[in-house]
Design a protein around this ligand. Structure first.
Ligand code: S3P
Length: 438
């Protein structure tokens, strides 16, 4: 464990470039690993979660190599030609790697065991086990539907039509990936739209998808037994990583920071909308497209924030950004009310109760509800800081980074128990923060 205290900061200034998008990086490695031919991936996030995906794809037969200039070369195993791994697939902390790869394996005649760290081993897998079992795969999970879990894929699997009971891009993607190697057409119905990187990128790799709408619900169909063809992917910067700097610069007086190359896919950009509603000064510069995704540079300047009621309809487009939004709210004038956050309880940690405890330890006033959090802001005054308490991060990178940001505008500093989990999604967070606050 690497404890660290984050103290009151100088203004954040200059320009920085956050690492590649985690969701897109996972998908790039997986789809390239299934395609025929050589794909080059640039801008790949080299965080532990994505490296777990790379290692697992290698175990399944893909050839994956990192060049000295940071480009990744992938020679795919070919859809339908994955090999059975000789040892367990260690997914570390990564729910996305686990759930998407369970989907991949479900329609291959392969048996594999998934294992993970203490956080991942407590997370629910029944949400993918259920639809993938309907397609013919079988699972032996630990009690409560958790890892370690053995998967026995089915070939041929059976195409299904599946209506998502929870708004989850991971579940959607697991079913679509199983559908890739399943004869016929597999359909997912999404009552609430979630991030659409799988649909965008699979189309790029040559899969045939149809995306429509029926009574306000998104309907996504994939034609099975596709041939994926190698392609080059440029991964845009991760808006979920940029969010920590958007909030940091908003709450530290005097800040004026440009965050370059931030992915702004509408299914991901909710945090920018909500921060602007609170009065944040965020300008989108140089809007362009990178790797089939909308991207811009974001200029953010310190500004007084005001508490708001966050529309629950926006939750899926910023589901990972609530911990840092709670921090922004802790410095706002007035009260911020967040509801519709049930899914936060099953992320890398229970992000409602862990953030409630962390913010309280740092001197903020919050009230926890079953599906949300109410935060009474300081009106721009610094938080007290943790003094004798230490924030427990529960192996959750986003708790660690969010509370680091809170420390930047605190009187006594915020001590977190462990910075190590930050490496799962943003290994360069600490040096970048130091650099921006020089
Ligand atoms: C992800 C989907 C989200 C998100 C996770 C990444 C993805 O999870 O929280 O960090 O890449 O598909 P859910 O699908 O469980 O909401």
């Amino acid at each position: 464990m690497a404890a660290h205290t984050f103290y009151s900061s100088a203004p954040l200034t200059g320009r920085l470039r956050v690492p590649g998008d985690k969701s897109i990086s996972h998908r790039a490695l997986m789809f390239a690993g299934l395609a025929i031919g050589e794909s080059r991936i640039s801008g790949l996030l080299e965080g532990e979660d994505v490296l777990a995906t790379a290692a697992a794809m290698r175990q399944l037969g893909a050839q994956i190599e990192r060049l000295d200039d940071g480009t990744w070369l992938v020679n795919g195993a070919g859809l339908g030609s994955l090999v059975e791994p000789r040892t367990a697939l260690d997914m570390g902390n990564s729910g996305t790697s686990t759930r998407l790869m369970m989907g991949l394996l479900a329609s291959h005649a392969i048996t594999a065991t998934f294992v993970g760290d203490a956080s991942l081993s407590g997370r629910p897998m029944n949400r993918v086990i259920e639809p993938l079992s309907q397609m013919g795969a079988s699972f032996e999970a630990s009690s409560g539907g958790t890892l370690p879990c053995m998967v026995r894929g089915a070939f041929p699997a059976v195409p299904i039509t599946y209506r998502l009971p929870v708004a989850s891009a991971q579940v959607k993607s697991a079913v679509l990936l199983a559908g890739l190697n399943t004869p016929g057409i597999t359909t997912v119905i999404e009552p609430v739209a979630t991030r659409d990187h799988t649909e965008r990128m699979l189309t790029g790799f040559g899969a045939k998808l149809e995306i429509g709408e029926d009574s306000g619900e998104r309907v996504i169909s994939i034609h099975g037994e596709a041939d994926l063809t190698a392609m080059d992917v440029t991964v845009p910067g991760d808006p979920s990583s940029a969010a920590f700097f958007l909030v940091a610069a908003s709450i530290v007086p005097g800040s004026d920071l440009v965050i370059e190359n931030v992915g702004l896919n509408p299914t991901r950009a909710g945090i920018v909308t909500v921060l602007k509603q609170m009065g944040a000064d965020i300008e989108e510069l140089n809007a362009r497209e990178v790797g089939g995704e909308p991207v811009a540079d974001l200029r953010v300047r310190h500004a007084p924030l005001t508490g708001i009621e966050v529309d629950p309809a926006i939750v899926p487009s910023m589901v990972d950004e609530f911990p840092v939004l709670f921090v922004a709210a802790a410095f706002a004038e007035g009260t911020t009310v967040c509801t519709g956050l049930e899914e936060l309880r099953v992320k890398e940690s229970d992000r409602i109760s862990v953030m409630a405890a962390a913010l309280t330890a740092a001197g903020a006033r919050v009230e926890e509800q079953e599906d949300g959090l109410t935060i009474h802001g300081t009106g721009g005054e610094p938080l007290r800081g943790t003094s004798n308490a230490r924030v427990k991060t529960h192996l959750d990178h986003r708790i660690a980074m969010s509370m680091a940001v809170a420390g930047l505008a605190s009187k006594d500093g915020v001590e977190i128990d462990d910075t190590a989990p930050i490496a799962t999604s943003f290994p360069t967070f600490m040096p970048m923060l130091k650099d921006a606050a020089k």
